[in-house]
Design a protein around this ligand. Structure first.
Ligand code: PGA
Length: 253
């Protein structure tokens, strides 16, 4: 059995004054055996969330939402992986909103992934097709290109040691309330598993956790988790609502 992971992506919500309290509420409501919980707040809230969780429930991990592909330099406004030491232990890489808004390419995302692994940050690599790509029957090909583009140059063993996680997030399902059909998502997760086996080797590919993301909520989580190759969820909107998020994390209870 692969561990179940439920990660909260708070995106550009919360502020240092309220993030710690929200994290504590979530932590206290989401205890569930066998589920790894991760909260990814905005950069400026990492310290507040870390401090609050260190006291309330250190078993909830803290993650960043992105990192820069260089270690240091003249990159105004950016944050590198080593700077997160002591603040976060996980990081989301290649989220579709960054591919869209910051022009992140697979090549760049691959470099970020390397930085995360080198810094000991557990990466959640996001992949997923746009609506037009899906309608053109290209979802599998797009996801394959994203995985190969980002994972290509890396030593497969470092992906295991670094605890690589993949989040399959069809772009048209993010923040739209229009979740993928669980059957479809299950099929793509299975294809991702095959692709991971082909890129990283079967043993390593089998161990990678594959999450589903895109309008996950209390009502649909069970259907996604029933799929053999889906090991958890990356949750946006519903992760800011402690009731919803608790029901997602405790879907088995
Ligand atoms: P959503 O976001 O749950 O609000 O659709 C998911 C994500 O972007 O990670």
């Amino acid at each position: 059995m692969r561990e179940v992971i439920v990660a909260a992506n708070w995106k550009m919500h919360t502020a240092p004054a309220d993030a710690g309290a929200l994290a504590v509420t979530i932590a206290s409501r989401t205890r569930a055996d066998g589920v790894t919980r991760v909260i990814c707040p905005p950069f400026v809230c990492l310290g507040a969330v870390r401090d609050a969780l260190a006291e309330a429930d250190p078993s909830v991990a803290v993650g960043a939402q992105t990192i820069h592909h260089e270690l240091a330099g003249a990159y105004t406004g950016e944050t590198s992986a080593p700077m997160l030491a002591g603040l976060a232990t996980w990081v989301i890489v290649g989220h579709s909103e960054r591919r869209r808004d910051a022009g992140e390419t697979d090549e760049l995302i691959g470099r970020k992934l390397g930085r995360a692994l080198d810094a000991g940050l557990r990466p959640i690599l996001c992949v997923g097709e746009q609506l037009a790509e899906r309608e053109a029957g290209r979802a599998t090909e797009v996801v394959d290109g994203q995985l190969r583009g980002a994972l290509g140059g890396h030593d497969p063993a470092s992906c295991t040691t670094g605890g690589l996680v993949i989040a399959y997030e069809p772009v048209w399902a993010i923040g739209t309330g229009r979740n993928a059909f669980p059957d479809d998502a299950g099929v793509i997760a299975g294809i991702i598993r095959e692709q991971l086996r082909s890129i990283l080797g079967s043993e390593i590919g089998d161990g990678v956790r594959v999450l589903y993301g895109g309008s996950v909520n209390a009502a649909n989580i069970k259907d996604f988790m029933a799929k053999k190759d889906i090991d958890g969820a990356l949750v946006g909107g519903a992760s800011l609502d402690p009731d919803q998020f608790a029901a997602i994390v405790r879907y088995r209870l």
